[in-house]
Structure formats: C-alpha cells, structure tokens
Ligand binder design. Structure first.
Ligand SMILES: *Cc1c(COP(=O)(O)O)cnc(C)c1O
Length: 377
C-alpha cells in the first residue's frame, strides 16, 4: 500500500459490526468479562481502547513500525519515551530541539538523575564526541526549529548502532508523509500530532512508533503505568484529520516553496531558511532522506522593529505559537517559543530578533504572497 492509500485504508478501516466506514468512538472506560480474565482484548481504557487502538495501528503502519501508541500531548509521548531511562543514564540531545522537550529534560528528568548533553546533531562529529560510557540514547529533530537544520538520520543511526544507543527522532515537522526515520535506522519516532497530523488546530495529541516489538511492549508498559493516554474522542478527531494529511502536506509544500523562492529573490531579506532551496546547507541530505521539504520557512528581516511590523500588518498569517495547521501562522521565535534561551546563545545560534518563522497554511498562494509583500513594504 502506498502512503496516500495507507492514510485512508491503513490501521483499522471502519467498523466490522455495522459496516460504518469511520471507526466508532468507543466512549467507554471498562469492558465486561465473560469469566475472570476472559475478554475480547480490552479490560480497561487506560490499558487499551478500540478507538485509540485504531489510531495506534495507523501511526505504526504510516511509520513502517511494529507498534504505535497515542498520548494526550506530544510532551506526554516524549516524557513517556524519556521514562525508559534511569538514574545515571546520559542522553545526547539536539541543541535546537522543541523548547518543551528541553524544559522537561533540564527541569524534570535532570532531577531524577538523567543527564543530557546538547550538541548540533547536524554535525555527526559533535555527537560522537559527546557520547560517554553511560550514554543510552541520542534524541533529535530534523529539520530543526526554527533554523531548519538537517541531520543525516542514517549517519546518526550508524553511530548509535555501533555504540548500542537508541536513536529517537521527533518527526513532527515532516510527518510520515515526507519522512520515515524508522526506515533510516531510528528506533523510536515521536510526534506532536497537535501539528500537521491533526492539522486543524483543534486537538492536542502525541504519537509514538517503534521498530522493535520488545521496545514497543516496554513503551506500552510505560504508557499504561504513567497513564497519559489520548481519549477516544480525540483519537477519532486525530484520525479524521490524518485522512487528508497527503492533500494538505502537498499543498503546504508547494506554497512554502513558492514563498521561500520569492523571499530569497527579494533584496530586503537578510536570509531565508528552507531546506527546499538548493543553497540551503542541508538541501542534499534532505533530498536523500525525505520525500518532501515541508511547510515551515524562517527568514530574517534584519531587526526586531521590522519583524514586529510584519507581524502586526499581515492579515492572513495569524500571530500564534504552534504550526502545521490549515491556517498560516507567523511568529518571532526569539520573543516567543525560544524566549527562554539567553540572548547571547540565541544570537550565536542565529535565532535573531529579526527572525520570523512561518507555518505555511493552505490558503491561496497569491493571497499569501500579496499579504507578505504589503507587510514587508
Ligand atoms: C509542539 C511540539 C512538541 C510538543 O507537542 P505538544 O503536542 O504541544 O505537547 C514536540 N516537538 C515538536 C517538534 C513540536 O513542534
């Protein structure tokens, strides 16, 4: 089955009982047992729920994994993955990962004795140097946020295999539609399904997919033990959104490519970051390991004042955090999502106060171009 067909027929298709073509919402907490321990596979909805199970089967299939799990948020999924590790364990982590992931590592898991070293994972030599005897995993995102740096997943997977480390990839930005990290050697894929997978700014959810069955069982044990599960109604909403993932991702990308090229041609933009541009440093790696470049663009307008003006003047780009929805969103990472990083460190990374991040929606591209043009002028 090819991916566009998987989005419709993958996982569980409809309902055997009634012939309904949509998976029913099993709004239930517990299940009748015919005798003690004799049941139809479901005992209690924290442990398993048929609506959530359909979603979990779908993400497993989309990521070419053996198992999938659904959580109440991306952070619940990520925290459950991090619960695989114990006091004294060490992780090597990308230095421009999602702020919430950095926060939970540096303010929660550090208290439990799990240490992290932050490196630029697009530089494999930096990853190698950071590995210690107690390192258990490498955690990364590609493309990264907000500078869209690209990490060679296969190259990193080789290092991890040699050192017996888990490779964990946050695949939120490209989704399984464009990139399948498990096929490239990763062990665990995590998603904030709140973003592209849901796609309509109406559900908060997280997903995991794994390659190895034993690791899948261990993570299911943790999901059931910690309990951050996705409720049945939200599981259904997410599957509803995911049916159109292909249509949306193709549109997001076509429009993002037009905008990025248009921005790069202008004389009044200091730099444009989009992996689809041939002069982007990660363009070659991105072309090799992914089927598309996604819908996220960052560009530097030169100053904090100009960035603020642009954000005030755009009509179709909504000023908001988050990304991946049908409506275009615009933000200044240095003053919003990345404000907790010290000024000097931000400047060093290239996250300047004039840097604007756009999540390109599915509006008419001409309207978006005209809107950005008037805002920039
Ligand atoms: C939003 C996001 C998260 C966190 O997900 P929530 O659903 O907000 O908990 C993790 N990683 C990335 C890349 C994100 O964009």
């Amino acid at each position: 089955m090819r991916i566009d067909t998987k989005l419709i027929h993958g996982g569980v298709f409809g309902d055997e009982e009634t012939g309904a073509v949509s998976v029913p919402i099993y709004q239930v907490s517990t299940y009748r047992q015919e005798a003690i321990g004799k049941h139809k596979g479901y005992e209690y909805s924290r442990t398993g729920n048929p609506t959530r199970a359909a979603l979990e089967a779908l993400i497993a299939e989309l990521e070419n994994g053996t198992g999938g799990l659904a959580f109440s948020s991306g952070m619940a999924a990520i925290s459950t993955v991090l619960s695989l590790y114990s006091q004294g364990d060490h992780l090597v982590v990308g230095d421009d990962i999602y702020g919430g992931t950095y926060r939970v590592l540096s303010r929660v898991f550090n208290r439990l004795g799990i240490e992290a070293t932050y490196v630029d994972t697009s530089r494999l030599d930096q990853v190698k140097e950071a590995i210690r005897p107690h390192t258990r995993a490498v955690y990364m995102e590609t493309p990264s946020n907000p500078l869209l740096k690209v990490t060679d997943i296969e190259g990193l997977a080789d290092i991890c295999r040699e050192k017996n480390l888990h490779l964990i990839v946050d695949n939120t930005f490209l989704t399984p539609y464009w990139q399948n990290p498990l096929d490239l050697g990763a062990d665990i894929v995590v998603h904030s399904a709140t973003k592209y997978l849901g796609g309509h700014s109406d559900v908060v959810a997280g997903l995991i997919a794994v390659k190895d069955e034993d690791l899948g069982e261990e993570l299911h044990f943790l999901q059931n033990s910690i309990g951050g599960i996705l409720p049945p109604h939200d599981s259904w909403l997410l599957m509803r959104g995911m049916k159109t993932l292909g249509l949306r991702m193709r549109q997001h990308e076509a429009t993002a490519a037009r905008l990025a090229e248009w921005l790069a041609r202008r004389g009044d933009i200091a730099s444009v970051y989009y992996p689809g541009l041939t002069d982007h440093p990660g363009h070659e790696t991105a072309s090799r390991q992914a089927r598309g470049f996604g819908g996220m663009i960052s560009f530097d307008v030169g100053s904090a004042e100009r960035a603020e003006q642009v954000l005030e003047r755009t009509r179709y780009f909504t000023l908001a955090e988050s990304l991946g929805a049908v409506e275009s969103l615009i933000s200044v990472p240095a003053r919003m999502t990345h404000a907790s990083i010290p000024y000097e460190r931000r400047e060093e990374l290239g996250i300047t106060e004039g840097l604007i991040r756009v999540s390109v929606g599915v509006e008419d591209v001409e309207d978006l171009l005209e809107d950005l043009d008037q805002a920039l002028r």
